[in-house]
Design a protein around this ligand. Structure first.
Ligand SMILES: Nc1ncnc2c1ncn2[C@@H]1O[C@H](COP(=O)(O)OP(=O)(O)OP(=O)(O)O)[C@@H](O)[C@H]1O
Length: 291
């Protein structure tokens, strides 16, 4: 077991932000935590890493309680850049982690080179751009070669080329068996990283492998969407109603049974639109267009 979260609850005063969150990660994977601003993503990550005390529930990481400080030898948490000190250099930050965790200078420099922060690691962090800070934070998080890497908004403020670079690093870490749990608003980037998504809505978790919806779907415009949905359900063709259209999750080659079922019931198809499907579509269905 890499991570086990059982019935975690957290309130701030009367505001119940996490209402009994449970999930497990049993094998190395990249998994994204997604939800609107203020939905509780940072709160959940802080509770998992024991930076914040919950109001109930249990978390264990690699078989140990998250209350055991030893877990930080094997996991890392990349928070936002408020944890950096402006008057220290990037290398000072890394050396501090190295001293606590017994990581040699050679190992630190190896990671520095891999992430590509060598040219500015001896400059003071106060002079870093947002992208440089994100790279330093990532270097700090992976210098101990963690088995579980937790990243809060790692792509925040990155330009496309830096986002691509960080994505490649995450994929390389995953290939080397690191499990990555990341929160992000960048749904296009998430689609390139993983299909495993946990949506946080109203304090509850909706955990999905969005690849089951396939990457392509078709929106059918027709007269009676409810009747069409019923007819297709009887034929075991799963559909959803979106924007008063019938959405079919199928490849074009297997749409024939759909057309046949509609024709048998004299339902006239007015229009058909192909859509490329991803986490953004699923997000809109869960949280609504305006969230
Ligand atoms: N220390 C705190 N005291 C009181 N309320 C808090 C505190 N921290 C967070 N909250 C509230 O808890 C809710 C969840 O906040 P949180 O930062 O976990 O959400 P988030 O999903 O990470 O948001 P964002 O996407 O904007 O970073 C918000 O309503 C926020 O106002």
């Amino acid at each position: 077991m890499i991570l086990s979260v059982k019935d975690v609850r957290k309130s701030y005063g009367k505001e119940e932000v996490l209402k009994g969150i449970s999930f497990e990660i049993t094998e190395p994977q990249i998994i994204a935590l997604v939800g609107p601003n203020g939905s509780g993503k940072t709160t959940l990550l802080n509770v998992i890493t024991n930076l914040l005390t919950s109001n109930g529930g249990e978390v264990s990481v690699l078989g140990k309680s998250n209350k055991n400080p030893d877990i930080f030898k094997e996991i890392s948490y990349m928070q936002d850049n408020s944890v950096l000190y402006d008057y220290l250099t990037g290398y000072d930050h890394l050396q501090f982690i190295g001293d606590i965790q017994g990581i040699t200078k050679e190992k630190i420099l190896e990671t520095v080179k891999w992430i590509g922060i060598d040219s500015y690691m001896h400059k003071k962090v106060g002079n870093y751009s947002l992208g440089m800070k994100q790279h330093l934070l990532l270097t700090m998080a992976i210098v101990n070669k963690p088995k579980l890497l937790i990243l809060d908004e790692p792509l925040n403020g990155l330009d496309p080329s830096n986002a691509i670079k960080i994505r490649k690093i995450m994929l390389q870490l995953y290939k080397a068996n690191t499990t990555i749990l990341l929160s992000s608003h960048n749904l296009a980037e998430i689609d390139r990283l993983t299909s495993q998504i946990m949506f946080l809505k109203n304090g509850n978790l909706i955990k999905e492998d969005i690849s089951v919806y396939e990457k392509t779907c078709y929106d059918l415009s027709l007269g009676n969407v409810d009747q069409a949905k019923e007819i297709l359900a009887k034929k075991e063709i799963p559909v959803e109603i979106v924007d008063e259209k019938v959405r079919v999750f199928k490849e074009a080659s297997s749409l024939y049974p759909v057309f046949l079922a509609l024709e048998e019931n004299n339902i006239i198809l007015d229009d058909i639109q192909k859509k490329i499907w991803g986490s953004e579509e699923r997000y809109k269905m869960i949280f609504g267009e305006d969230s």
